[in-house]
Structures are given as C-alpha cells and as structure tokens.
Design a protein around this ligand. Structure first.
Ligand code: 6GU
Length: 234
C-alpha cells in the first residue's frame, strides 16, 4: 500500500489543504505520511534561482536540473530499500485515470516533482528513468495548461489516498463510483442519486427507487449510467 508521499515544489503553501478533511484525518491516523519540500532549499545563490533560459531559444524559462537532482536524491535516501515512484507533473504527460490511481496506490514511496514555467530540464526525467530503484512517470491531469504542477499533484494525491483502506469510512462506496463501473461499452460514469424529500420543487424521485426491488433498481441504475455516459458534453 501507498504510504509515504514526498512533494517537491517552489510553493509549499499550495499544500495546506492536505491538512483538511479525509486526507488530514488519514495523516493524523498514521495511514499516510506526507512531506512537502521547498526546492529553493537546494539552491546556493542568494536569489534561490531555480530556472534559466532555454537552450535553442524560445519564450519562458526552464527549471535547472541540479536543484531537482539534489532534492530527489535527498528524499530517496530518506526512504531506503523501496522503489521510488517519481511522478513528474507536466501537461505533456500520460493522462491521469482511475486505472493509474489504482496502480499508484500500490507504491510504497511516491515523489511528486512540481514543475513551473516551461517545465523541468528533461535530463532530470532521463536520469531517474535509468536510475536503480526508480520508476518514472510524466503525468498530466487533462488537456489544458496550468501554471504549474501543484494543483495537479493535489488532484492525483486525493485520487490515490482515498483508495487506501481506512481512509474512506464505508469502503463499499468505492465500488459504484464513476470510472469504476464497467459496462459492455467500457467504463461508465455514475448513475444519478436522490435523497429525501420524495418530491422537491415539483421534481419526483423515480418510482423504481422506492420499490424496494433491488434487481430492478440495479438494472435502472445501470441504464441511467449508460445514458449519462453517452450524453457527456451534450
Ligand atoms: Cl501536470 N501541469 C501543468 N502545468 N499543466 C497541466 C497539467 C500539469 N496537467 C494538465 N495541465
């Protein structure tokens, strides 16, 4: 099971929300441990420079490799005898899916490298790809551009941590979620939910959900999940 998370960033304050809600409780309960590291601690100059102009020219700045190398080596050394799963956040990465979250939760040590500007010198990724005890993935959270990897890291961590046994009160609620339900057409989004009152602003709860017939209810929900999946974006 996933247990230790290291995050390397130039904006540690982005990670304050990890103290809240289910993730905050999981930390207090010792189900997970999280350390946030300031990349600038790895610099020697007075300005704490972490970037420079790109070779070959072009707009923007590129993050220099050496502060990253030092920061990653440090967190790896602090977690010996495990495979370090290094997640490099970039809009050019493979897309986050439920399947990827399900895989990453099995990792003992996850390191998130939050790039800013035009990204990190690619030699950091190349170096750790060929390093022993490292597995490297470049990950994106969707087809749009953010200012940096911090928000993406929060998204990925939440998707992983909620899968750890004990984090969510009722583990059965993980079974019938969007992107977990499978139909013959592939992965479905979740069926719509209703609670009390039975009628709200003239809108009624579908009769079948009041019937107590579990077979019919399951059939109805599956049909609704299919419809909802087909109609996405329409
Ligand atoms: Cl991981 N980083 C940035 N900068 N933009 C993104 C992203 C990551 N995923 C989607 N857009």
């Amino acid at each position: 099971m996933s247990n230790h998370f290291d995050v390397i960033t130039i904006f540690p304050d982005y990670f304050v929300p990890l103290e809240l809600s289910l993730i905050g409780k999981a930390k207090s309960a010792g189900l997970i441990s999280i350390e946030i590291h300031d990349l600038r601690a790895q610099t020697n100059d007075v300005h704490g420079s972490v970037d420079d102009t790109p070779y070959g020219g072009g707009a923007g700045m590129v993050m220099s490799p050496e502060p990253w190398g030092k920061a990653i080596d440090e967190v790896a050394q602090a977690n010996p005898d495990v495979i370090h799963e290094l997640i490099v956040l970039t809009p050019a990465g493979e897309k986050l899916t439920q399947k990827l979250a399900n895989e990453l939760v099995n990792s003992k040590h996850l390191i998130f490298a939050c790039g800013r500007y035009e990204g990190i010198d690619i030699r950091v990724t190349d170096f750790y790809r060929s390093a022993q005890n490292f597995k490297v993935r470049e990950v994106s959270i969707g087809d749009y551009v953010l200012n940096g990897g911090e928000v993406a890291t929060l998204v990925i961590m939440e998707a992983i941590i909620r899968l750890i046994p004990g984090v969510i009160g009722n583990p059965a609620s993980l079974d019938e979620e969007s992107h977990t339900l499978e139909g013959s057409e592939g992965i479905l989004v979740e069926y719509p939910n209703y609670t009390k009152p039975q009628e709200w602003r003239g809108l009624k709860v579908p009769e079948v959900l009041l019937s107590g017939n579990h077979g019919l209810i399951a059939e109805y929900r599956r049909e609704q999940a299919k419809l909802r999946t087909q109609n996405l974006g329409k």
